[in-house]
Structures are given as C-alpha cells and as structure tokens.
Design a protein around this ligand. Structure first.
Ligand code: ADP
Ligand code: ASP
Ligand code: MG
Length: 434
C-alpha cells in the first residue's frame, strides 16, 4: 500500500463535471488500496477573478484581506470535491491549510512554509478516509491566514508529501507532463520522461509555470519524487527527481557509462516569461558606489530583480544608464523608491518598459558543450528577433526580447536545438494558460 499525494490544478476542477471526473480518479486510487491525500486549487480562473474583483474595490488592498479573499477560492473547490467523492461511496473530509497544519511565516501574498504538522491528515488516513486539503494557503504564528504565491498549490502538495513521507507526489494538470517548451506556444514540444530537480528549478525560475518554483525547491530539499501528469488522460507524465548523471553507474564499463550519458540530454527545454518589466535609470553619474546605492534602495523596496545591464559611460559626460528587470507587480513600489532618492543619486530620468519578454534555454549538459550561446543567438538572428539583454548561469542562457517577439523566439530556439517532437502536436486538454 502506498501513500499518495495528488494535486489537481484549477483547470482540472473548473466546473461541476470536472470535479466529478476528478473525484472518480481519486476514488479509484483509494479503492486500489492507497492512502490518498488530495490537494486542490481554486476552480478554473477563480483566483484571477478574485484579484480583479479586489482591484475594482481598491488599487492597493490590505495584504491581509487579500489573503483571506484568495483562500476562499480553494475552500470552494475542496468542499465540492469532498462532496463528489462522498457521493461515490468513499469517505472524504476537506481541510483548510490551517487545519492541515501548514504553518508559514507572516509574509502575506508570498508566505513561506516553515513547518508542516499534519496531525488531522494522519488521523483522517488512519480512519481509511481521503483527506482533501485546500492548496496555496497556510497560517502564520500570529494565526493569520496566508497565501503561498501564485501556483502555490504545487508547493502545498510537495510540502505535505514531504511532511507525510509520501511515496510520490502527483501533480495533475491540463497537459501530459513537462514538455521541452510550453505546448500552448510550441505545439511541436516533446514530453520529457525525466528531469532532474536542478534542471526543473531553472525551468521554473525561468517561467515554466507547469510547476511552481518553490514546490521544486521543496521537492529537492526533501527529495520528494514528483510526477507531473494530466488529469485528462491515463498517460504517464514526467518524473522530477535525481541529479544529472545519476543514470550513470560508476561501476559500469566505460561503454555503458557513455551510453547512459547519451540518455542525459544536453538541453532540457525552453522556458518563457512575460511577468517581468524593465526599468532604465538614465544618466547616472558613473562614480564609485552608485550601483550599490541603487540596488540597496531597490532591495529595501522588497523587489526581486533579475537581470542587470550597465552601459559604458559616455566619455564627455561621465554619465551611464543602468537597466534591470523586475516583476510587473513591483514596478510602482520600485519607481517610487528610486524617485524618492533622485536628488541623492543624481540621475536624469526613470524609464519603465513593460513590453518585454524573456526566453531561456536550460540544460545541465551546457556546462560541457561549447557553442550553445552562438547557436541560440544565431536562431534569433535568423528569425529577425533583436536581443536586448542577456544573462547566463551554469545551466541556463536567458535573453530579453520585445514581448511581441517572444512566442516566435521560443519556437525558433526550440527548433534550432532540434527539440521538436517526431510524434505530432502536444495535446493541451483545458485551461487558458493564464
Ligand atoms: P494548473 O491549473 O494545473 O496548476 P498551470 O496553468 O499552472 O496548471 O500549469 C500548466 C500549464 O503550464 C500548461 O497548460 C502549459 O501551458 C504551461 N507550461 C509552461 N511551460 C510548460 C512546459 N515546459 N511543459 C508543460 N507545460 C508548460
Ligand atoms: N489558486 C492559486 C493560483 O491560481 C494557487 C494554484 O492554483 O496553485 O495561483
Ligand atoms: Mg499551477
């Protein structure tokens, strides 16, 4: 008998019919003899609708109230799902994040899980019942309801799987697994059978929202095997586990080692991100300590910056421009913080550009293969796409383009690295990709 944590995303429970369909799957897993814990997201685009509603009430709603509002979405789906399972003759009980023992810090909107104390979930399993847990939420030590950031139900599922020492954490979504690119943009994307935590971390950090970044971080830390698959098909999906090169048996013959190394792909995939904007600080005096001061101010505003570019300063004026990318959501607070110190920093102007996109190529094999950047830049040149910023890590190359070139950039790079599938188009079963 196995202990399975299953997570169903919003597009898998978008209406009553889907909830009944998912309930059947859960009942089958239970009847097959497993202990089953289910984490569920809000129905369809409920979270976005609640965000829009709040924006109609206030441009800057109190964070605490936002969290209470948003967690309502998951309370609706968890109770309906429990009812649907009960109707199939299997006992099920639903729990909020707080009831399930998901303890977090007090950072509303992006709280971190500090501990998981799933007593009530264990009791429910001991009684032979299915436990349904509302994803994306927890409770702070001050007893306030918190949310874990967008896509946070994935994190709830992995954290519960770790806390309960589950055999596997299954993430059910609207595509058949993790692909070499978002199948909504690159229909030729190929399903990946296995990806390491490290590569999935880079993919998620680069915008592949099929798994939330924090969920992958958590899975890596606690070595939770994650199986990403579709709730609309019976196909095996993608396993996230292990490290690069773990297919290679150190005791095997050199030929066998070489063969295993061949199975580890050089490139895992192409990710894209539309959630960032670019701020350019124009006419900054190029003097010692300026960058440090600028980014102290940005950090104090709570902004997580991504890429930074500083231009060569003009010889006649000694002025330079510094550009950096940041989440759209942080534009207002960051520009306010910088403008507040404009006279101290002595810059001329701040320019905000929210029409950028970022495309990233990820693969652990990049470390040992030269020429990857040249090929990527060549693919963009051939597609007529201009590169505005570049950043790299050991296993990733990212470039910023115009937002309306982004889809073409993804496809061009995907094709240039011969990632296109020989098996026809990838299936997208539901959802809006929002
Ligand atoms: P859920 O509602 O199940 O949480 P999400 O919308 O959060 O689903 O994530 C699934 C979506 O992630 C897919 O429909 C797809 O458009 C998108 N996606 C982005 N990159 C990838 C990728 N590399 N592989 C698969 N899906 C991806
Ligand atoms: N409902 C939340 C969101 O839309 C959490 C999740 O779906 O994972 O971000
Ligand atoms: Mg998701």
């Amino acid at each position: 008998m196995a202990l399975v944590v299953q997570k169903y995303g919003g597009s898998s429970v978008s209406d009553a019919r889907s909830i009944k369909r998912v309930a059947k799957r859960i009942a089958e897993a239970k009847r097959a003899g497993n202990d089953v814990v289910v984490v569920v997201s809000a129905m369809g685009d409920t979270t976005d609708e609640l965000l829009d509603l709040a924006a109609d009430i206030s441009p800057r709603p109190p964070q605490r109230e936002m969290d209470i509002l948003l967690t309502a979405g998951e309370r609706i789906s968890m109770s309906l799902l429990a009812m649907a399972i009960d109707k199939l003759g299997v006992k099920a009980k639903s729990f909020t994040g707080q009831q399930a023992g998901l303890l977090t810090d007090a950072v509303h909107g992006k709280a971190r899980i500090v501990d998981v104390v799933p007593h009530r979930i264990r009791q429910t399993l001991e009684k032979g019942q299915v436990a349904i847990v509302a994803g994306f939420q927890g409770v702070s030590s001050g007893n306030d309801v918190t949310t874990l950031g967008r896509g946070g139900s994935d994190t709830t599922a992995v954290a519960l799987a770790a806390g309960l020492d589950a055999d596997v954490c299954e993430i059910y979504t609207d595509v058949d697994g993790i692909f070499t690119a978002d199948p909504r943009i690159a229909p030729g994307a190929r399903k990946i059978d296995k990806v390491t935590y490290e590569e999935m971390l880079e993919l998620a950090a680069s915008g592949a929202k099929v798994l939330a970044l924090r969920a992958v971080e958590y899975a890596r830390r606690y070595q939770v095997p994650v199986h990403v698959r579709s709730s609309f098909s019976g196909k095996n999906g993608t396993l996230v586990k292990g490290t690069h090169g773990d297919l290679i048996d150190p005791n095997a013959s050199s030929e066998e080692q070489e063969e295993a190394a061949m199975e580890d792909p050089i490139i895992s995939g192409v990710a894209h991100d539309r959630s960032e904007a670019k701020i350019t600080i124009v006419g900054v005096p190029d003097t010692l300590g300026q960058a440090a001061r600028i980014f102290e101010v940005v950090a104090a505003a709570g902004t997580n910056i991504d890429m930074i570019v500083q231009n060569v300063s003009a010889a006649d004026t000694g002025l330079t421009d510094i550009s950096f990318t940041l989440p759209h959501a942080d534009i207002r607070s960051t520009t306010a913080a910088l403008n507040a110190v404009k006279s101290e920093l002595k810059f001329d102007d701040l320019q905000v550009d929210d029409e950028i996109g970022k495309v990233s190529l990820v693969g652990a094999g990049m470390k040992s293969h030269p020429g990857i950047s040249a090929r990527l830049f060549g693919a963009l040149r051939d597609a007529g796409i201009n590169i505005e910023m570049i950043s790299t890590s050991e296993i990733r190359i990212s470039v910023v383009t115009r937002a309306d070139n982004l889809d073409d950039a993804v496809r061009a790079i995907h094709t240039a690295f011969e990632l296109d599938s020989a098996e026809g188009e990838a299936v997208v079963y539901a959802g809006t990709g929002r």
